[in-house]
Design a protein around this ligand. Structure first.
Ligand SMILES: Cc1ncc(COP(=O)(O)O)c(C=O)c1O
Length: 394
């Protein structure tokens, strides 16, 4: 258990009136401290892999670099049936298609838009169930209440890498014979009671976008519980072609990962321990400097931390906006991540909007602070000084 992260917050704001999302300033700013900066591993190591790709004249279609990354990634994460593909969004869609999701899906309103839009894209109806106000994750009780005759699956998200209540959700999915697909885009390398977060549910997905803890520039992965689902999905990302028989067994798409993307993943893997250590140091320094002046998500008590994000919560939207503006004035980028609450987005909430007061409240009061490997301790001190200075004003 990480005692540093097990902080209790009893505060949940209730919303009685409909709220209008206030968008962030659209102007382009050159920040002295950006929110994120992709990690760039040693260039000559990367080009060595690319030289290999040139020598092989094998650029995509299940090439040797992709196979090597699959083996090393399964080993690193301690999982089986891992399918690399072109993005986290593609990984979600492949998981939904492979598991034959139909009708409606119970999901969380507190996430990046990709979780919901990928369901909407496939013509599935979203049934938002509110989050737990302290963990930011889909509340199992609310998820259970949202299930109806047309529900085929539950799609929770391990927001900021913080694991959901996986045991409760699994029990509900079993009881109602529903598929369980976890969006673990933020949760690379996280473990619950010593077990990879990717081993829960019928499928679990990762994003390897450039801004993530581990990246392939663009890319993603699905981990399936069952081998036959893995095999079906591996044909699906190759236009539906079964490479063993040459038959076209399924509907399919081009969701493959190229050799150039796999090469980046292989170089990143070499640096991963260093990356994770550095991110955790940043995380701890933030916690030390901000202490209990702000609120933090309540972390799963048996989970490890990958320091993918540094979210802080304020008691009101007004305070949150003031800190955001003060940071901006000082050349520091922060982000109201994730805002708005997805149940407030027009095309996702038809025909009628479901109220999700905890998610809506969190979306208005949460800011993510800069967190990336190259950030210096001096930068973190500057960010925290600016947050503290803004808070002194109220
Ligand atoms: C929760 C979540 N799910 C899915 C995705 C989509 O991943 P990708 O950008 O690799 O398509 C993201 C991207 O940031 C995300 O934050």
């Amino acid at each position: 258990m990480n005692t540093l992260l097990n902080i209790n917050t009893d505060y949940v704001e209730t919303i009685s009136t409909p709220l209008v999302f206030q968008s962030q300033p659209k102007k382009k700013v050159n920040y002295k401290i950006p929110l994120n900066k992709p990690y760039l591993p040693n260039f000559s190591k990367y080009t060595k892999y690319l030289a290999n790709m040139y020598d092989n004249v094998w650029l995509t279609n299940n090439g040797p670099l992709l196979k090597e990354l699959t083996v090393r990634m399964e080993e690193y994460l301690g999982v089986k049936n891992l399918l690399l593909n072109s993005s986290g969004t593609m990984a979600l869609q492949i998981a939904y298609k492979t598991l034959n999701l139909t009708g409606n899906v119970v999901t969380t309103p507190y996430s990046f838009i990709a979780t919901s839009n990928s369901l909407d894209w496939l013509g599935l109806k979203l049934n938002f169930a509110d989050v737990d106000g302290q963990s930011f994750n889909l509340c199992p009780k609310n998820a259970q209440q949202a299930i109806n005759k047309k529900t085929s699956a539950i799609v929770p998200v391990h927001v900021y890498g913080n694991p959901c209540d996986v045991n409760a959700l699994e029990k509900i999915a079993k009881q109602h014979k529903l598929k369980l697909v976890y969006d673990a885009a933020h949760a690379f390398n996280v473990k619950v009671a010593g077990q990879s977060i990717m081993s829960f549910g019928d499928a679990s997905i990762l994003s390897f976008h450039a801004t993530k803890v581990f990246h392939c520039i663009e890319g993603g992965a699905v981990v399936f519980k069952h081998k036959d689902d893995f095999e079906k999905a591996s044909h699906m990302i190759n236009f539906g072609i079964n490479t063993s028989t040459g038959n076209i067994d399924n509907s399919g798409i081009n969701g493959k990962m190229s050799e150039a993307h796999a090469a980046m993943g292989l170089v990143m893997l070499d640096d991963l321990d260093k990356i994770l250590k550095r991110r955790l140091e940043h995380y701890c320094l933030y916690k030390t400097l901000l202490g209990d002046k702000v609120i933090y998500p309540n972390w799963h008590p048996d989970a490890t931390q990958n320091a993918a994000y540094f979210p802080i919560i304020f008691e009101s939207e007004k305070q949150c906006s003031r800190v955001f503006q003060h940071l901006e004035k000082n050349g520091i980028q922060s982000r109201r991540y994730f805002s708005p609450s997805l149940n407030e987005i027009e095309h996702l909430s038809r025909p009628s909007r479901t109220a999700c007061p905890a998610s809506q409240s969190l979306a208005r009061r949460t800011l993510c602070l800069p967190l990336f490997v190259e950030l210096s301790f001096k930068d973190i001190n500057r960010v925290c000084a600016a947050v503290n200075a803004a808070m002194v004003l109220w």
